[in-house]
Design a protein around this ligand. Structure first.
Ligand code: SF4
Ligand code: SF4
Length: 446
């Protein structure tokens, strides 16, 4: 794609990076075939290629974002399916991130939008506030019919109430250091995170049991939110503030000796692996950020490298529908590791048809674009249920919440199944479920 940015514009490193991305696009349109919003809406401007044109026009012309541009940028899930498909290697993620921050700086959103986004940005990344908000949401559920009628934001308030769990698990299960059982083979840090630490601390608890059982000491550095949620809302300053705290905390542990920084939420993992790019122009943090990114691993990448004993569970043929989160398969290009581990642990793993299409979760997308998100969830759930699985497994809490709200099939984190298969407790959603009974008992009952 030809561009006409002026030398003065290209002196800005963000603009120079985006110009380089724009120039790699050859307009072929292959990406449109795998874009969820183009599949649903059929509008070129809701396809990757269409959005690339809109962003080019906005940035090159030095224009403030318009309502039309914002509508199409907001509808993008940042699922990155287009990056996997693109034969030219267009780095759409960095381009849309730049566009979102340009929108944040140049466009004044309607009041209801500003209020909602401010609430999300000031609550979600902070576990104490988020816990309180979830309690209010539980109390506010009876008011749902009333709230859903508020003009401009009712549907989104209703979506927030629908996704809030009726109750929260008690406190955090994390501990600063989890000692190993038996001989020590390694030492890792694990992201504790924000919303996940409130909604489902059992995912990290399962990962810690799994790792320590196999000789890996786990430390939690007290880093807080990684900044991913607000980064995807275009709130660069806040995202960088949160990321700097995480980088500082992990740098201390890296100096003490770490094999890896593990992440159990693939959405967060994608952002942490990109810290090196985010901070490339900030001298005090560039090297530290690149070091953190280089050490970041999804928990399944690391566990596979340990070589767990094969078929440890061996007493069930539980059928698992494996849902690969977009941030896992497109953001981090992790495709085989989770499924390999599940198969090694004795589960029958099935791929979900149309597995490359987003479930509609996408960070705060299901709260801000509830209609499109609901259509994508219905499509995803129909594809999963066609497999008639006993359980759904995935590696991202956003997908678990989104898909779980649309199906009665139990849904768990991949590490919960791996922990269970190697001696840990039955994952909570499977407790008392027929599928969790040992195979001989299920066969006798059949
Ligand atoms: S597939 Fe890649 S090169 Fe082709 S239009 Fe899409 S982004 Fe551009
Ligand atoms: S990130 Fe996803 S929704 Fe956005 S343009 Fe690419 S494929 Fe479409």
């Amino acid at each position: 794609m030809q561009t006409t940015f002026s030398p003065a514009q290209l002196a800005d490193p963000h603009m120079a990076a985006s110009e380089k991305i724009l120039r790699t696009c050859v307009h072929c349109g292959f990406c449109t075939a795998t874009c969820p919003t183009y599949l649903l809406l059929g509008d070129e401007l809701d396809s990757p290629r269409g959005r690339i044109y809109l962003i080019k026009d906005m940035l090159e012309g030095g224009k403030a974002a318009t309502a039309q541009v914002v509508r199409h940028i907001d509808r993008c899930l940042s699922c990155l399916s287009c990056m996997t498909t693109c034969p030219s290697g267009v780095h759409y993620m960095h381009l849309i991130d730049h566009a979102r921050s340009h929108v944040e700086r140049t466009f004044r959103r309607p009041l209801h939008d500003r209020v909602l986004r401010a609430i999300l940005a000031n609550v979600l990344p902070y576990p104490g506030r988020f816990r309180l908000a979830m309690r209010f949401a539980a109390l506010g559920r009876p008011l749902r019919p009333l709230l859903s009628r508020i003009p401009g934001m009712g549907n989104r308030l209703a979506a927030m109430l629908d996704l809030a769990p009726p109750s929260l698990p008690d406190g955090r299960t994390s501990q600063p250091t989890a000692p190993v059982t038996g001989a020590r083979r390694g030492r890792v840090a694990m992201l504790e995170g924000c919303a996940q630490s409130v909604l489902a601390p059992r995912y990290n608890a399962a990962a810690i049991r799994l790792l320590t059982r196999h000789g890996i000491e786990v430390v939690q550095a007290g880093e807080g939110c990684c900044g991913a949620l607000v980064h995807h809302m275009g709130r660069d300053d806040q995202a960088r503030r949160l990321a700097r705290l995480a980088i500082d905390a992990w740098s201390v542990e890296l100096d003490r000796g770490l094999d890896a920084i593990l992440v159990t939420a693939s959405g967060c993992g994608t952002t942490i692996k990109d810290y090196g790019f985010m901070f490339r122009d900030e001298p005090a943090y560039a090297a530290k950020a690149a070091r953190v990114s280089a050490a970041a691993r999804d928990v399944t990448e690391y566990v596979l490298s340990l070589g767990l004993p094969g078929r440890a569970r061996g007493e069930t043929e539980l059928v698992v529908a494996y849902h690969s989160a977009c941030s896992m398969q497109h953001g981090q290009q992790i495709r085989t590791e989770p499924k390999t581990l599940l198969k090694q642990a004795g589960f029958t793993v099935k791929d979900v048809p149309e597995g490359h299409i987003c479930c509609g979760s996408a960070g705060t997308y299901n709260l801000l674009q509830p209609e499109i998100a609901a259509r994508l969830r219905a499509r995803k759930v129909a594809n999963i249920e066609r497999l008639r699985p006993d359980v759904i497994a995935t590696g991202n809490i956003g997908c678990i919440t989104q898909i779980g709200a649309g199906t009665g099939i139990p849904i768990v984190h991949t590490v919960e199944l791996l922990d269970w298969a190697t001696g840990g407790p039955v994952p909570a959603p499977l407790a008392g479920h027929e599928a969790a009974r040992p195979l001989p008992a299920r066969e006798a009952a059949a």
